[in-house]
Design a binder for this molecule. Sequence first.
Ligand code: HEC
Length: 202
Amino acid sequence: MKKNFFLSGLLIIFVSLTFSAFRAPFFALNNSNLPVAGDSLNQDLHQIGQSIVKEGFQVLGSQLRQAIEKGGVPYALNFCNVKALPLTDSVARKHHIHLKRVSDKNRNPENAANEQELLVMELMRKAGTGKKMEMTLYDENGTATYYAPIILGVPCLQCHGTPGSNITDENMGIIKKLYPDDKATGYNQGELRGLWVVRFEK
Ligand code: HEC
């Protein structure tokens, strides 16, 4: 049976949806008629979510670049294995929120998307490629969660692209050793790789 986003019972209010490239208004999403609540508190949390994700992206991205420069992809794979989660946690602690990266095709078992996150990814995929859709949702306890898409770029292909062409045999060997259940290969540039998730615990 196909899951219905609105009947999931978990997500009750859609705060806002933005297309970061050109900030089209909410109704630009033509295949949806989601309710929207736009008071200033909701707006604030959405913007705080955006800035936290920007910081997380910068922290992880700069460390990844440095690791590749230092010891190439093999070194960077081991670096990510040890450092990706602690670096993400350090941003979370600084802002007193919960922060994670999740995917429907996760590498680290800790990063598997839950049911809500899978639904958010489905909605983002439906919105179409080229649109960067972000959203803040509330659960029934009033806890807000901000979601931002993670889109695959060219530099990501050497660890998340196609084995044999983008990913060398040596690097694939390291990936399999570190992550026997890895699902995070076979991506093309521009694909939705996963989500940043910022949870504002009350
Ligand atoms: C040097 C290899 C390497 C490169 C380059 C790389 N990644 Fe990863 N990626 C990894 C590893 C290793 C993990 C698992 C980290 C962990 O254990 O927490 C990971 C995890 C992730 C996750 C978390 C979800 C999951 O599957 O565990 C996302 C999202 C992600 N990468 C996206 C990207 C994006 C987007 C890029 C390009 C900007 C990128 N990666 C570039 C190696 C890489």
